[in-house]
Design a protein around this ligand. Structure first.
Ligand code: SF4
Length: 294
């Protein structure tokens, strides 16, 4: 419950939290500190005369109690201000809808004014065990409002089918939700501005495995600057930065890296390597490739 807190302090906290959100910071930690409250000292000076030791004990107890109260109020306020709406619902469909509403007609980065037709949020099973993350929408995706629907999307569909599952079984999203002009690579500031929404999507879907498609998705999610050959071939423990799941038992997911389907269209020789990555994921999820007759 939110206690009454000095309106000026509440406004200042709200401003600070908003600023942190703009910077992509969502987690806050309290550092233990000695809070001095001049009103406490003034009140203690008015106490009737008693032994020095007794006065010191009483002062110490009262200060501890008031410090706790002040910290509790500030923590309540911070909790309210930093909790995303989707954390209050357990239904992932409703939670994703709340994130989409929060995104709104987004103008947070410059991609909003560089020719996007619409925001491409994400698609698929909101309770998927497997999630694919690409870098950003292309022309077809921008037109249709759905990720991975062009030629690269067709190849991704084939990759999913080869794993023995359907596109509807997985969840698919991108690091940036607006099409970069001319299909250029999204820039770092664009990825950093948009990715908190992706993190929140991951925290809602709670997949067992996230597959990062290509260098932009891999580097954004892992915050590592390494080559694809260095990043592929293993699982990473992954928790979506700054986003919390409504399920306190969910501790994160496994993340694997593979090539982006658009890259595989340009260099089909790498398809075998991508298949190795997917087989690693299949083994983890207990998936079997479809029988030849399927
Ligand atoms: S890319 Fe993301 S942050 Fe940038 S305008 Fe689009 S939705 Fe907003």
């Amino acid at each position: 419950m939110l206690h009454t807190l000095d309106p000026e302090l509440r406004r200042a906290l709200a401003e600070r939290v908003r600023f942190c959100h703009e910077m992509g910071i969502y987690d806050f930690y309290r550092r233990e500190s000695r809070v001095s409250d001049p009103t406490i000292t003034a009140e203690v000076d008015d106490l009737p005369s008693t032994s020095q030791q007794q006065r010191e004990d009483e002062q110490s107890e009262e200060m501890a109690a008031r410090k706790s109260a002040v910290v509790a109020k500030a923590e309540d306020t911070l909790r309210v201000l930093t909790t995303h709406a989707e954390q209050s619902v357990t239904d992932p469909i409703a939670a994703l809808k709340l994130i989409r509403e929060d995104l709104g007609d987004c103008t947070r980065c410059k991609l909003h004014k560089q020719g996007r037709k619409q925001i491409v949020f994400g698609v698929g099973n909101p309770r998927a065990d497997l999630m694919f993350v690409g870098e950003g929408p292309g022309a077809d995706e921008d037109m249709q409002g759905e990720p991975f629907v062009g030629r690269a999307g067709q190849l991704l569909n084939n990759m999913i089918k080869a794993m023995g599952i359907r596109r509807e079984d997985v969840y698919i999203a991108n690091v940036v939700k607006c099409r970069p002009p001319g299909n250029r690579t999204p820039e770092r500031d664009e990825c950093e501005t948009c990715s908190p929404f992706l993190m929140r999507q991951i925290a809602v879907v709670k997949p067992k495995v996230v597959v990062a498609l290509g260098a932009v998705a891999s580097k954004s999610l892992l915050a590592m600057n390494a080559s694809m050959s260095e990043l592929r071939g293993r699982f990473y423990d992954f928790s979506p930065a700054g986003a919390r799941s409504s399920d306190p038992n969910w501790k994160g997911t496994k993340l694997a890296v593979t090539y982006h389907p658009a890259y595989l269209l340009r260099d089909p020789r790498q398809k075998g390597e991508a298949w190795k990555d997917l087989q690693m994921v299949m083994k983890f999820l207990g998936l079997e490739p479809p029988k030849k007759s399927d």
